[in-house]
Design a protein around this ligand. Structure first.
Ligand code: AHM
Ligand code: MG
Length: 331
């Protein structure tokens, strides 16, 4: 029985299954867990902002207060850059590639992340999350944007941290999906959800129905159909929270391309790819509506994509509607 096992011990046990392993990945992951704990602590203090100071102002100690998404971004960069495991990083919050400063050692991994997804929800005490994706650098020499533009199928690991009623870290390295809950009293992530499997078919659909007027025929007909099937609507507006609920309960999340966002809203490298890797490892599926997310060849760091993700049967059904649609985004 592994339930209750600390993340660091779990990672070391996993590492033993790979005799040639250098421990580099385990080291990288442990650094990420540290960043997650620091961000979690700060997110939990968000309600105290009026006492401690607002972003852009100084707090009672006279320190400049950062916005939480900027804070999460710099925390990950600072925690990860000196570990010696990375050749570079890319963040939803930064325009170009984040270099590793010359005075730090470099490794062979590349980290992509959305530091605080759904951050507009913080002010109202709703769950937000950090999403990450790790790939290997396959070229020699300087790290360039091109090194990051690999299909999601090449990910070595992906995961997210959800800052909710408790903080949880959920990840995969391609051998199932595992969830760890942060025990604040000991400051450790403890295994709480071993080998998560998502339902083949769910009873929940998650989509921003306020966008109906902008939808294409495929989205309109699909949503009409699943309402007839009696699915329940659940939409938090924090991708990590919507995804996490559907992963555990079964369901489908959709952010399709629409007239306002003709390429979709969510980001391929920081949001869609990592969650697609996780959902597939849990037995689910992720699609643009036309193709498997993990097969999409990225062309730019901040590329957007339509996303349909969740229980296998629900995603396949949605795909049938999107594939059947006629040039829907015209007019
Ligand atoms: P963000 O990266 O700016 O926080 O935006 C991403 C968020 C997701 O968390 C969420 O699924 C989506 O945007 C909600 O969008 P909308 O408000 O258009 O429904
Ligand atoms: Mg985001």
């Amino acid at each position: 029985m592994k339930i209750g096992m600390p993340l660091t011990k779990f990672l070391l046990e996993e590492q033993r299954h790979y005799p040639g392993s250098t421990g580099n990945f385990t080291g990288l992951f442990s650094d990420l867990a540290v960043a997650a704990k620091i961000i979690s602590r700060e997110v939990n203090k968000a309600g105290l902002i009026n006492i401690l100071g607002e972003a852009g102002r100084t707090n009672v100690q006279g320190e400049e207060v950062q916005k939480l998404d900027a804070y999460a971004n710099s925390t990950i960069i600072k925690t990860m850059e000196h570990g010696g495991h990375l050749s570079g990083m890319a963040s939803e919050e930064c325009e170009g590639v984040i270099d590793i400063p010359d005075h730090y050692p470099r490794g062979h991994y590349l980290l992509m992340f959305d530091p605080l997804d759904g951050s507009s929800n913080i002010d109202v005490n709703i769950s937000v999350g950090t999403i990450f994706s790790i790939i290997r650098k396959t070229t020699e020499g300087e790290t360039t944007e091109k090194d990051f533009l690999r299909p999601g199928a090449e990910q070595v690991s992906a995961g997210y941290i959800i800052y909710g009623s408790s903080t949880m870290l959920v990840y995969t390295t391609g051998h199932g999906v595992h969830g760890f809950t942060l025990d604040p009293s000991v400051g450790e992530f403890l295994l709480s959800h071993e080998d998560i499997r998502t339902a083949e078919k769910g009873n929940i659909y998650s989509i921003n129905e306020g966008n109906t007027k902008n939808w294409s025929g495929g989205a309109l007909k699909y949503v009409e159909e699943i309402k007839k099937d009696g699915l329940s609507a659940r939409y938090v507006g924090s991708l990590v929270a919507d995804f996490h609920r559907n992963l555990l309960k079964g369901g489908v999340f959709l952010y399709p391309a629409d007239k306002k966002n003709p390429k979709g809203k969510l980001r391929l490298l920081y949001e869609a790819n990592p969650l697609a890797f996780i959902v597939e490892q849990a037995g689910g599926a992720a699609s643009t509506g036309l193709e498997r997310i993990l097969d999409v060849k990225p062309k730019e760091l901040h590329q957007r994509t339509p996303l349909i993700i969740g229980s296998q049967a629900d995603v396949k059904k949605a795909e049938r509607f999107f594939r059947a649609e006629t040039p829907a985004l015209s007019n």
